[in-house]
Design a protein around this ligand. Structure first.
Ligand SMILES: C[S@@+](CC[C@H](N)C(=O)[O-])C[C@H]1O[C@@H](n2cnc3c(N)ncnc32)[C@H](O)[C@@H]1O
Length: 299
């Protein structure tokens, strides 16, 4: 399977070509400040998003899946629903967890749901099954007759769901058959304190829906996981090498704008503020919940 360095090099090549002789104003829209959501339909925004975040998210999701597999007693088959799957980066992470962390043979059935049909999707292994459902997750929850996955994964997506979408999804989780007796819920969340409380309210809504449908939480006193030291990811896994040329390019992106090249300066201060955001290479943004659920036994 492709490694993270090759993946980023691939995206960087395409990103750079399309930036030649272009004004980069639209890329300032890749921000999550004050509730903003980027225009993920825009292919250059997708590329910049991946160049900034895929490295750190790939590592975070691998860590989450390694723990989930442990809790499922290293199964030889696992079925996953990824809600807000993007490029299937959490599938790639699952394979990393299977092959490199747990070193087990495990066949994956992965269902990815996303409103956006992202470019740069990760390819699947021969033995696995992958299905992509494009559309609003609320419709898939509403039309689903039953829930069959072992793991329900929200990879940095739950913060983007509206109250109405959350209500529809959780009503369906409360009222429809859930096939497995043991389940893992994984929520990768925003680490900053300002946003995390809002995210945690939404995760609690999902957890409560499973509880109303007959499940109990096994890891009862657990709240969330984060990495208190903001250390380089490469210190945890030496395969994580960010391509240097791509790093330098992204870090100084405002200088690649044609306007900057023409006039020796950007038009506004906000150009460097919004464009020159370095790729995340450290563990400081890791913040997740892994909830272990089991069907309550009737007495
Ligand atoms: C921050 S991105 C994360 C993408 C990917 N999981 C990753 O880690 O790179 C959030 C994703 O959630 C998707 N999303 C947000 N609301 C959604 C909804 N109601 N239904 C389906 N997908 C949704 C967006 O389209 C986007 O791809």
């Amino acid at each position: 399977m492709i490694n993270i360095t090759e993946y980023l090099e691939w995206i960087y090549r395409d990103f750079k070509i399309q930036n030649e002789q272009a004004y980069l104003c639209q890329l300032k829209g890749l921000t999550f400040e004050s509730g903003c959501l980027p225009d993920y339909q825009n292919i250059q925004i997708q590329r910049l998003y991946l160049l900034r975040y895929a490295f750190a998210y790939g590592f975070e999701y691998t860590t989450i899946y390694a723990e989930a597999l442990e809790r499922l007693h290293k199964p030889d088959e696992v079925s996953v629903a990824s809600i807000g799957c993007g490029t299937f980066i959490d599938y790639w992470s699952l394979v990393q967890a299977i092959e490199r962390r747990q070193k087990i043979q495990c066949k994956v059935r992965y269902v990815g749901i996303d409103e956006i049909d992202w470019s740069y999707k990760f390819a699947k292994r021969m033995i696995d099954e992958i299905y992509f459902n494009q559309g609003n997750a609320k419709h898939f929850f509403a039309s689903n007759a039953q829930f069959i996955s072992d793991i329900y994964f929200f990879p940095k997506s739950i913060s983007e769901f509206t109250a109405e979408e959350m209500n529809i999804m959780t009503e369906n989780l409360k009222n429809k058959p859930i096939i497995k007796d043991k389940l893992i819920l994984c929520f990768s969340l925003r680490a900053d304190i300002a946003n995390r409380e809002a995210d945690l309210k939404k995760t609690q809504q999902v957890i409560d829906a499973f509880k109303e449908n007959g499940f109990e939480q096994k890891n009862l006193n657990y709240r969330f996981t984060y990495f208190p030291e903001n250390r380089g990811i490469a210190a945890y896994d030496s395969q994580y090498v960010y391509p240097q040329q791509a790093y330098d390019y992204i870090k100084n992106l405002s200088q690649k704008c044609s306007k900057y090249i023409e006039q020796g300066a950007n038009c506004k201060n906000s150009c460097s503020e919004y464009l020159n955001r370095s790729p995340i290479l450290k563990t400081g943004t890791i913040f997740y919940q892994l909830i272990d659920l089991e069907r309550k036994r009737s007495l």
